[in-house]
Design a protein around this ligand. Structure first.
Ligand code: GAP
Length: 475
C-alpha cells in the first residue's frame, strides 16, 4: 500500500461544509435558532447520497452473502442492556474544564504539558481535575423521573443485534458462521464535535456482527478485514487515502480482544472511518449473565454447545458520507476548448459534438462520485425552453425516472447548468436540442471528461446502464 501522509486533495473542511450547505447536502440543525451543535440535517441531495451509501453497504453486507441477515432493532432498549454491555461503567471520556474561559476538553486530546500543568490550552487559565464523563444520553420513559424510569439512547447499534441473535437463529434457521447486519441511528454525548459531520452526537452506523465458533475468530477477523478493505476499493475510493491502524492495549475498547481501524486521510488528517473488532464472547457472555438467559449456540450437526465469538465490522454511515464527499471533491481549470461557456449552444441551436462549451478558461468544482452513489444519475436539460424542446426533455426524463434518479433543469445558460450538475456530482447530462427533434438523438455529456457524444433517444437507458457498470474513476 502506498501511503500519503500529507493531504494533497483539493477539499478543505470549509469548502465541503460550504458546498454541502449551498447545494442542499447538509444543513446545520435548528439553524434559525443559532444551530444545535453535534446535529445536522440532510437536505435533498444529502439524503439521496446517504441512502445510496447505505444501500451500497447493505447490498455488500446482506445481498452478496448467503448467511448474513438484516435487522432493524429499536433505539430504546431495556436499561439492563447497557449495564450488561459495559457502557454504563466504561463508556466514558476523560473530561477537563477551564475554570476561567469555561472551555471543555477531552483530556486525551490536549497536549500532555497542559494536562500536567493544569493550564488551559486556549487561555492559560486553570483546568479542573480530570473526571470521567459517560457518553450515553440518559432520559426517562413514562411520567416519573426516577431511577426506575431511566432509559438511554443507544450509543451503538450492535447491542440490538446481540439481544436478537437467538430470535434470528430460530426465525431464519441460521447456522454458525453467520452474520446479522443493521443500519441505524446511534447517539453519543460527544465533548468535541468539530469537523462538520465527522463526529456528531446523533449519527448513523452500519454494523455487521459475525457469529463464529471460538478458535476460528482470528481467521474470520482477518477475512473481514480483507473484505472491508476490498469494499472501499470497489466504491472507487482513493486507496492511497486509506490505511490500517491497529489498536494498542491502551486504545482497545472494553469489549475488544483485537481491533483495527480503517483510517481515511481527511483534509484534517488521518481519522477513523470504520472499525473491525474481535469482540470474542464478551457480549453474549455478559448478556447471558445479566439476563439469566442461555445465550449458547447449539450445534446440532456436531452435538456441541458454545458461546459464539463475534467479529464486528462497524462503520459510520454519516462519517462515510463525509469521506465520500471529501474523496469526490475536485476543482479543475477547464481549458477553453472544453469549457461550458455561457451561451445556450451554437448558432443553429445544436450542442457541438467536439465538446466545445465556450471560449475562455475557467474553474469548475466537480464531485466525482461513483455513479452508484451519485444523488442524481442523469440530468435532462433542454437547450431552449421553447419550440417543444422542454416537452421533449420532460418526456425523456419520464422514460428514465423509473430506473434512474433524474433531475430536470431548463433555467440559465447550458454551460452554467452543466456546472451546477458537476457540483452536485451528476455523472451524466442528457441535452435535448433542435437536432433531437429531427433525428431523435440527444447529447450525452460525461461529468468527469466533459466529453459529449450523440446517442439515439431509444438507446439512452441501455447506454447509462453500460456506462455505470464500466465506470472507472479518472486518475
Ligand atoms: N459497535 C462498535 C462501535 O460502535 P466505534 O469505533 O465506537 O465502535 C464505530 O464506532 C464507527 O462509528 C466509527 O468508526 C465511526 O465511523 C462511527 N462513529 C463513532 N462515533 C461517532 C460519532 N460521534 N459521530 C459520527 N460517527 C461516529
Amino acid at each position: 500500500m502506498s501511503e500519503t501522509t500529507q493531504y494533497n486533495g483539493k477539499a478543505t473542511m470549509e469548502k465541503i461544509t460550504s458546498l454541502a450547505k449551498r447545494r442542499g447536502f447538509v444543513f446545520q440543525s435548528s439553524e434559525i435558532y443559532g444551530g444545535q451543535s453535534g446535529a445536522w440535517d440532510y437536505g435533498p441531495l444529502g439524503i439521496e447520497l446517504k441512502n445510496r451509501v447505505a444501500g451500497a453497504w447493505w447490498k455488500e453486507m446482506t445481498r452478496l452473502h448467503d448467511n448474513i441477515a438484516g435487522l432493524d432493532a429499536a433505539i430504546l432498549m431495556h436499561p439492563r442492556v447497557w449495564e450488561a454491555s459495559g457502557h454504563v461503567e466504561n463508556f466514558t471520556d476523560p473530561l477537563v474544564d477551564c475554570k476561567k474561559c469555561k472551555s471543555r476538553f477531552r483530556a486525551d486530546m490536549i497536549p500532555e504539558e497542559n494536562l500536567a500543568s493544569k493550564k488551559c490550552p486556549d487561555c492559560g487559565g486553570e483546568l479542573t481535575d480530570t473526571r470521567k464523563f459517560n457518553l450515553m444520553f440518559k432520559s426517562h420513559i413514562g411520567p416519573a423521573e426516577d431511577t426506575a424510569s431511566v432509559i438511554y439512547l443507544r450509543p451503538e447499534t450492535a447491542q440490538g443485534i446481540y439481544v436478537n441473535y437467538k430470535n434470528i437463529i430460530q426465525s431464519n434457521r441460521m447456522k454458525i458462521p453467520f452474520g446479522i447486519a443493521q443500519i441505524g441511528k446511534a447517539f453519543r454525548n460527544e465533548i468535541v464535535t468539530k469537523n462538520f459531520i465527522f463526529r456528531t452526537c446523533e449519527f448513523e452506523q452500519m454494523e455487521m456482527q459475525y457469529f463464529v465458533k471460538p478458535g476460528t475468530d482470528e481467521e474470520w477477523f482477518n477475512e473481514w478485514r480483507k473484505q472491508r478493505w476490498a469494499y472501499y476499493e470497489k466504491l472507487g475510493v482513493k486507496m492511497d487515502h486509506l490505511r490500517w491502524h491497529q489498536h494498542g492495549a491502551d486504545e482497545l475498547a472494553h469489549y475488544a480482544k483485537d481491533a483495527y481501524d480503517i483510517q481515511y486521510l481527511f483534509p484534517m488528517g488521518w481519522r477513523e472511518l470504520e472499525g473491525v473488532h474481535n469482540r470474542a464472547d464478551y457480549d453474549l457472555g455478559r448478556h447471558a449473565q445479566f439476563s439469566g438467559k442461555d445465550m449458547q449456540y447449539i450445534d446440532q450437526d456436531n452435538n456441541e454447545r458454545y458461546t459464539p465469538y463475534i467479529v464486528e465490522t462497524s462503520a459510520g454511515l454519516t462519517r462515510n458520507v463525509l469521506m465520500i464527499l471529501c474523496d469526490a471533491y475536485d476543482e479543475e481549470l477547464v481549458a477553453a476548448d472544453k469549457k461550458s461557456g455561457s451561451s445556450e449552444g451554437t448558432a443553429n441551436g445544436t450542442i457541438g459534438s467536439n465538446g466545445a462549451e465556450g471560449s475562455a478558461d475557467d474553474w469548475r468544482t466537480v464531485l466525482r462520485f461513483h455513479p452508484d452513489l451519485a444523488p442524481v444519475t442523469a440530468a435532462v436539460l433542454p437547450l431552449m425552453k421553447k419550440d417543444g424542446l422542454a416537452e421533449l426533455a420532460q418526456d425523456i426524463r419520464k422514460d428514465l425516472r423509473d430506473d434512474y434518479a433524474t433531475d430536470y433543469d431548463q433555467s440559465g445558460a447550458i454551460g452554467r447548468r452543466y456546472r451546477r450538475q458537476d457540483e452536485a456530482g451528476t455523472p451524466f447530462c442528457i441535452t435535448v436540442d433542435y437536432q433531437s427533434k429531427e433525428d431523435n438523438t440527444v447529447t450525452l455529456r460525461f461529468r468527469d471528461s466533459m466529453e459529449q457524444i450523440r446517442v439515439p433517444r431509444a438507446e439512452i437507458a441501455a447506454r447509462l446502464k453500460q456506462e455505470i457498470k464500466n465506470y472507472k474513476r479518472m486518475q
